[in-house]
Design a protein around this ligand. Structure first.
Ligand SMILES: Nc1nc2c(ncn2[C@@H]2O[C@H](COP(=O)(O)OP(=O)(O)OP(=O)(O)O)[C@@H](O)[C@H]2O)c(=O)[nH]1
Ligand SMILES: C[C@H](OP(=O)(O)O)C(=O)O
Length: 226
């Protein structure tokens, strides 16, 4: 299955601006992208980055540039793909830093075996990943896009399989999400955070993250979590 991985190259991950400088956000976003591409590939998908501008590094897969807004670009890519080959197409966001091949395989299998559309909701109402095998289904991202995608599927008569997966529900948008990457991640994004001095902070209720120069957990315990 061809799998589109939307990637915003301009000022990515602005909601992490309290903890990361612009250059750091760009580097961290790239690390997450490389983890997602590896997971898609290991799940048997054929990743294709759908980027807002050219990406100045070898990603090991095709990159398609489309500077239109996310929903427009994804819908154009979906209809192009279906015009050429009416097989299924996946859309997996580039900020799913803890996505695993087996979780993605579940998403792909659902649409290859039974449903017209499979959807992995994100925490907070978004849509972190989906797969489509239906001519008329289109996406509508942002806001409560999970509910919007259920409604759109209903409107076009597409059957839906909802993928219940912590790995796919975790998109990395805000500082507390970084703890999920440090707890569960074992790829480039987790390594990037550790190199940048982030560690877990379990000093106060729910585990958060804190940053010190050397990433030493003991030192981190004395710091305020973000
Ligand atoms: N191709 C494309 N991808 C986008 C666009 N906007 C966001 N993305 C990607 O879509 C996924 C979800 O993005 P968001 O979390 O909504 O936005 P973000 O830019 O990553 O982060 P924020 O600036 O914090 O909202 C990520 O993989 C982004 O790289 C866009 O306009 N075009
Ligand atoms: C793409 C968008 O991501 P969010 O802005 O919710 O992180 C969505 O899931 O609709």
């Amino acid at each position: 299955m061809e799998v589109l991985v939307p990637f915003s190259t301009e000022c990515p991950k602005s909601r992490l601006s309290a903890v990361l400088e612009p250059g750091e956000r760009a580097a961290f976003a790239r690390a997450m992208l490389s983890d997602v591409l590896a997971a898609v590939d290991a799940a048997g998908g054929d990743p294709r980055v759908l980027a807002t501008a050219s990406v100045d590094a070898a990603l090991g897969c095709p990159v398609e540039v489309d500077d239109r807004p996310l929903t427009t670009a994804v819908n154009a890519a979906l209809s192009d793909r279906r015009a050429v080959d009416d097989g299924s197409v996946g859309v997996v966001m580039a900020d799913l830093a803890i996505a695993t091949p087996s979780a993605l395989r579940g998403l792909f299998d659902a649409v290859e075996q039974s449903a017209d559309v499979s959807i992995a909701p994100g925490r907070g109402g978004g849509t972190n990943a989906l797969a489509v095998d239906h001519a008329e289904f289109r996406v509508d991202y942002h806001g409560s896009s999970y509910r919007d995608h259920r409604r759109i599927a209903d409107e076009v008569g597409a059957t839906v399989s909802v993928i219940d997966s912590h790995r796919l529900a975790t998109d990395v948008d805000e500082p507390p999400d970084l703890a999920e990457v440090l707890i569960h991640g074992n790829g480039a994004a987790a390594a990037w955070l550790r190199d940048a001095g982030f560690g877990l902070d379990d000093s106060d209720g729910r585990v958060g993250v804190a940053r010190v120069a050397n990433g030493d957990d003991a030192a981190i315990r004395d710091r305020d979590p973000f």
